[in-house]
Design a protein around this ligand. Structure first.
Ligand code: FAD
Ligand code: S2G
Ligand code: ZN
Length: 472
């Protein structure tokens, strides 16, 4: 089976030896140093990359991460930091025989302050666990995505993940107050802060948000967590055209205003694929070309329900919304969200899927789905679009029986050239990783990329942190 990584030239890194393993075992304890059954750590979520790591290390503290990196830097051993391994761009698994640095044991929620809303958490904390702990004091983590049961908050920060509530909470650059990271030479960079405002010098924490493990290993975070909302309403709407989708989005912003917390789009093929693959899902409506999941988070149920009803009535009276259901009942809310969460999985359940995560100008948001359906013809089994309409972030998915060069050449680099022509982003929220690094040039110019390389060389002169990723 030819691997997408077969033609990668292994960098001139040292090869692991027994003395290294002995050092790590003495440092971490034997049980935290794995040398077999590493398949899971070597396999990316989309099963497109199978690394060849011979060693997985599971540090339990910042000091241990520091000691590991110091050793690897001196020995020039390549390292692949790994969180929940739910990344979709091949960034979280080794490409050759890099050591996997698994953050899973650095998973403590250190503190959650219900007065300031500030939480301090270790990078390897699973997002859902972090959110559950925050909810104990009436707070919530300002990011939510379908991988929450497995992804780590450190992985979310390292990929600058977006998710379904960017409409409400913005992205992580706004909610991360402080970062602790360990640099390639083992130095601990303490950029932690308990404040929203700290205008002292360069704002270095932002360098680690979205750096995908290439500038340092994030070990701790300070996050601003909003209060949970007393009133949660979700509408699941059926619409006849993308023009109606846009009108409904504008109306939602106008009529729901400050309580609008999510605006997701699912097209008919994306929905039907999920419903076909997962019989436990049940959609309250069917038969429309487009669906929108719109959520509000507010403090007054009566008031919010009234606003939501008026918004939908108006849309229906104008013929922009054809059908829909609204609910505030927690079980039903969860059921509707489950539909959205299972959409990406439905497309990879029994097929190979080319997944694109692109930002496009809102008016052009959906055209590319029709263009690709036309261009791929019978080569594809499903061509569909869904995603974060509120952020202008489309997930174009092109499924086929199995990977083949014909369809590959039909879709890439066409999708990226199309995106670049519209001055869009070739990666809205998933990052670059290994799979998209050849396409970075479609969204960042040569001068910017050269400065990125200089920064990488300054932070990691031996290039041991997540090599073969992000920058060619
Ligand atoms: P990993 O996959 O383990 O790693 C991701 C990258 O971060 C790698 O480059 C890795 O080296 C680096 N890294 C991980 N931890 C650290 C650390 N502590 N320090 C330094 N570098 C680190 N993404 C979105 O943005 N929005 C979505 O809506 C979304 N939905 C998803 C739904 C599903 C069902 C799935 C499977 C994935 C989804 N993703 C989404 C993609 C993925 O969940 C995110 O990219 C997530 O942030 C990855 O977190 P992780 O802990 O799994 O990181
Ligand atoms: C989403 C998840 C993965 C994908 O569902 O919002 O980010 O691209 C995606 O299907
Ligand atoms: Zn997404």
């Amino acid at each position: 089976l030819t691997q997408i990584t077969d033609n990668v030239q292994r960098g001139n890194y040292s090869t692991l030896n027994e003395k290294d393993v002995a050092y790590f075992e003495q440092l971490l304890g034997k049980s935290q140093v794995l040398t077999d059954d590493l398949e899971g750590y070597n396999t990316c979520f989309l099963k497109r990359i199978y690394g060849n790591s011979k060693l997985v290390l599971k540090p339990g503290s910042t000091a241990e991460v520091s000691a590991i990196l110091r050793h690897c830097n001196e020995r020039k051993l390549a390292v692949c930091p790994q969180g929940g391994n739910t990344g979709l761009v091949g960034g979280s698994v080794p490409i050759c025989d890099e050591i996997v640095l698994s953050m899973q044991r650095l998973n403590k929620v250190i503190s959650v302050d219900e007065v300031t809303g500030i939480a301090v958490v270790e990078a390897g904390c699973i997002l859902e666990n972090f959110d559950q702990r925050a909810r104990e004091v009436g707070l919530t983590v300002p990011i939510d995505l379908g991988a929450k049961a497995s992804c780590h908050i450190g992985g979310n920060v390292s990929t600058n993940a977006g998710g379904v509530r960017v409409v409400r909470y913005g992205n992580l650059h706004g909610s991360v107050l402080g970062v602790e990271a360990v640099l390639a030479n083992g130095q601990v960079l303490d950029l932690m802060s308990d404040f929203k405002k700290d205008n002292t010098g360069y704002h270095m924490k932002h360098l680690f948000i979205g750096s995908e493990g290439t500038l340092g290993v994030v070990t701790k975070l300070a996050m601003l967590c909003p209060h949970t909302s007393k009133a949660v309403n979700v509408a699941f709407l059926g619409l006849n055209s993308f023009e109606d989708v846009l009108k409904t989005f504008v109306s939602a912003k106008r009529n729901l205003g400050e309580i609008l917390s999510s605006c997701e789009l699912i097209d008919e093929r994306a929905l039907n694929t999920a419903l076909d693959q997962f019989k436990f899902l049940n959609s309250p409506i069917s038969g429309y070309p487009f669906y929108m999941l719109i959520e509000t988070l507010g403090s007054n149920s009566m008031h919010d329900e009234e606003k939501m009803n008026e918004f939908i009535q108006e849309g229906m009276s104008k013929g922009e919304i054809q059908d829909g259901t609204i609910t505030a009942e927690p079980g039903k809310v969860q059921e509707l969200w489950k539909i959205r969460e299972m959409v990406p999985l439905g497309l990879i359940e029994k097929s190979f899927c080319f997944k694109y995560d692109i930002s496009l100008p809102l008016r052009d948001f959906y055209n590319i789905v029709n263009v690709m359906r036309e261009r791929c013809g019978p080569l594809a089994t499903v061509v569909c679009g869904y995603g974060h309409l509120g952020d202008s972030n489309l997930h174009l998915n092109i499924s086929c029986e199995k990977f083949n060069d014909k369809i590959y050449k039909c879709v890439e680099p066409f999708v990226y050239e199309y995106t670049a022509k519209l001055k869009g982003s070739i990666s809205a929220e998933h990052g670059i990783g290994f799979l998209k690094k050849d396409y970075l040039k479609y969204s960042k110019n040569a001068v910017a990329i050269s400065w990125m390389r200089d920064m990488k060389n300054m932070f990691d002169p031996n290039g041991i942190l997540n090599p073969y990723k992000m920058l060619n």
